[in-house]
Write a protein that binds this ligand. Sequence first.
Ligand code: CMP
Length: 700
Amino acid sequence: TLIQRGPDAILRMILRKPSHERSSDDLETIYEELLHIRALSHLSNSIKRELASAVVFEAHPKAGSVLFHQGDEGRSWYIILRGSVDVVIHGKGTVTTLQEGDDFGKLALINDAPRAATIVLRENNCHFLRVDKDNFNRTLRDVEANTVRLKEHGKDVLILEKISQQQKQAFSHFKYTVMAGTPQKMLEHLLETRLDGRGNFGSGDNFIITTAQDPFLDDFLLTHVVNLSPIFFLTVSFTYRLDSPSQDREFVLACKRRVVQFVYRWVTTIRQPVFDDESAIEFLEDLASEIENDCIQLNALQEEASLMHHVMTQFRRYQEDRKANSGQKWKLPPCGQPISLFSGNKDSRTIIMPQDDIIFRVYCADHTYCTLRLPVDSTAETIKLCAADKLKLRPNDELLLVEVKSHGERMTFKDNDISIPTALSLNGRIFVSPKDHLDALTCLSEQEEATQGIDGDLELFSTKELAYYMTLFDWDLFWCVHEYELLYHTFGRHHFGQITANLDVFLRRFNELQFWVVTEICMTSSLSKRVAVLRKFIKLAAYCKEYQNLNAFCAIVMGLSNMAISRLSLTWEKLPSKFRKLYTEFESLIDPSRNHRSYRVSVSKLQPPIVPFMPLLLKDMTFTHEGNKTSLDGLVNFEKMHMLAQTLRTIRFCRSRHLVLDPPSPKSEGEVKSYISCLRVIDNQRILTGMSQKLEPRRS
Ligand code: CMP
């Protein structure tokens, strides 16, 4: 009779037996069946044998019934034997339909997260194979496919990849990491898997314990400006406003809790760019008041309300600080001292803000100029129009805004570029010119000379004192750079309409130090004095290294290895061997071979505070950017975002402790401070080489 009921019926009967009652023939029958199931095709046969005793048969007669709800705890994994189901997501409706041979319900199990969707039967009489969580974990968790793809409306929306064994130690308990996805789906996945909806966290700071080791949330916060700003608030606020009657109270509360935790993390990690973004503040204010309402109406979410309260207090404090420092006026004088010093401001730790004014000159081909005062975030086009107006250029000509560098090179700015004056090269000048007269632009004679430094005899200052104040100075400049500025710089700030002024100033300082070293030595005509200056710079590099100011250290050593200096053989010969040895050691540290390996190795041993060698960090960012697509078949390439975030975390690590140095015995504090803030610098290599040749003509 069994045979008459057909093979399906036999199979069902066997599958209904509890696993300890299945005979070896039964298991063989089930195994044969499993061999033909698509969802299992990636698994080895021995795993399928194990599954033969674990799978359970489950049938549902009625279309429309719900197998489980989004937000439920995940208890099993399912394979469709017969029929089909709809995958329904709150606020989106049915996102995809699964058919015979497909599987579902894995996500909650592999991520230890709530169900990401509701599963509704599409037809009567659906049959499933079910594997319960314990069995799933025992047999499948470790052999699961390397890649999990989720689809909505026929298109991939999220691609997860298994974390390798080696990475896993560092990555906490998460099994899968996001490789690519649509911004919205990634954000949803983040909220569901990385934040705790249970609301049982204690104080504000440790609710993310489960995610402390996992970088997904942090990667997302650090890099979302690249792809997803606009969608960000929408999704977050949508998730917050869930209150459909079909969802139970706990589900709604969990969503709200997650959103608030997320927002809290976002604001406390990113801070200034959030507080300066009007739409973000509007969003925060709305959210805070909604939560306060909810708190009363639902008699829940008290902790969330206090988190939001905390966020808003921080914002108000920030605003007061800003008000106290508002109306900064930065001057970019014709002879380029580093911009931070142009403000008549005593506090060097003042961040340059987009709305601050900057005063600078714009020149014409005949070297007449006008002086402009414009916000730092003015576009090249605005600058061009203002300059043309002041200089009375014919408006019909097609004009270009150009930087002319001290060696004559011309760089045309795109109309929508911003942060123009701060991004100039050391002795560069801004010119405005009709398009067809570009070739006539020549640099000003003052550009080939040294910038006006402050008078002071380098030799009279104590080297340690110099290094000490240089480090404080560089630390302040570094402190002002926001991580986002590196992203804007890497992707092109005109894409974002965001300034990179603080980063510009810090990079400019690097170049300035480097060429200052070359300039000082080339300007010292007496051989014995030159040897003394060379010695002083090597000592200075040594102190900077000791203070972990690697930006200045690398700048000085690179200055010393400049061709104009390295060719001065008479000078180097007279240098005491102790210093020559020290220099050789330093030179090997800045050796770029094997991707700056020796620098990287020695930095990896340091503890913060560190002033890092910034050009190298930017090089890493650019390398990642150029070597990896931002978008893969319409999905954000999140692996790239993770790599970029790693570099940004390096910066965060360097600054994770305050700089506290023992001050050297004061000798000439005031003079040293003003001296190092205003160095004389020639940045034209041809001229420097010429000076060097005059000092020590080539020996025949
Ligand atoms: P889980 O979160 O455990 O429960 C719902 C399941 O629906 C989920 O695992 C996936 O296996 C499946 N699913 C299929 N497509 C999607 C999708 N686009 N988003 C979320 N879940 C999906």
